[in-house]
Design a protein around this ligand. Structure first.
Ligand SMILES: C[S@@+](CC[C@H](N)C(=O)[O-])C[C@H]1O[C@@H](n2cnc3c(N)ncnc32)[C@H](O)[C@@H]1O
Length: 247
């Protein structure tokens, strides 16, 4: 299949839904202060992302807001994304960074190409999370870092029973293992379908261990606003930074 925008080879994935909902995602992600990104990105950039080095890769960049924020902080960014429409939107909004059509599980870069790989809310969407993590390890230079934000494994396992600040949080199914996640969200005239995977902490830890990466920082940040105060009790996102255990 050929990407409409660029003539590049398209990498089919079971997440082809992202191409179908590309326009919804562009509206959703580009509406300032609309989704959780705006409440959590400061914590990610301040506490998890290291200082810019020689070359930074973002995997699963979508319409490109994280890549643009990295570039604004001095990173020399290459970003990969399998959805042609999202890739085109990312390129159109940022003429400086390099945007490449690819899947995280098959990165078209030589070993050791980057000193930082960023995966912001994309490891839950790839078909094969352990393979995607292994690919990031392969393209990392010996002292490179992997900076990750994922939906928190606990948050993904259950939900608040009610909207009030002290609403109980209930896990109706299981926390353990890999579970399908899907949800339809509508707010303020915008709609978005999310479907992907939810993983327990064990799955992320094993994926890192399998390719020789170890966690050097882990954060469960509270939101920087108070729109959803119950989120101060159960973390919405898990952020961590990993590096090679032996360089
Ligand atoms: C929730 S969006 C996050 C986009 C961006 N990182 C952000 O935070 O705004 C998840 C992205 O992962 C991408 N994705 C899905 N499967 C992928 C894969 N196998 N490899 C790389 N990216 C993938 C989707 O197309 C989508 O753009």
């Amino acid at each position: 299949m050929t990407g409409e925008a660029s003539g590049e080879e398209r990498h089919p994935t079971s997440m082809d839904g992202w191409e179908d909902r590309a326009q919804n995602w562009i509206r959703w992600a580009r509406t300032p202060n609309f989704d959780a990104y705006w409440l959590y990105r400061d914590a990610f950039f301040a506490e998890v992302v290291p200082a810019p080095g020689r070359a930074t890769l973002e995997v699963g960049c979508g319409e490109g807001r994280v890549a643009r924020d990295l570039a604004a902080r001095g990173h020399l960014v290459t970003a990969v994304e399998p959805s042609p429409s999202l890739l085109q939107a990312a390129r159109a909004a940022d003429p400086v960074s390099k945007y490449v059509m690819a899947c995280a599980e098959q990165l078209p870069f030589p070993d050791g190409s980057f000193d930082l790989v960023v995966a912001y809310n994309s490891l839950m969407d790839v078909d094969d999370m352990p393979l995607a993590v292994a690919e990031t390890a392969r393209v990392l230079a010996p002292k490179g870092r992997l900076a990750v934000c994922v939906t928190h494994p606990l948050s993904d396992a259950g939900d608040f029973v009610g909207l009030e600040e002290d609403a109980p949080f209930q896990i109706a199914g299981s926390y353990l293992g890999r579970r399908r996640f899907s949800g339809h969200f509508e707010r303020a005239g915008l709609a978005m379908d999310f479907d992907g995977w939810a993983f327990d902490l064990d799955s992320y830890s094993r994926a890192l261990e399998a390719c020789g990466l170890g966690i050097e920082r882990m954060r469960e940040p509270a939101p920087s606003g108070d729109r959803l105060p119950r989120r101060n009790r159960i973390p919405n996102f898990l952020m961590f930074r990993a590096c090679r255990l032996s360089a």
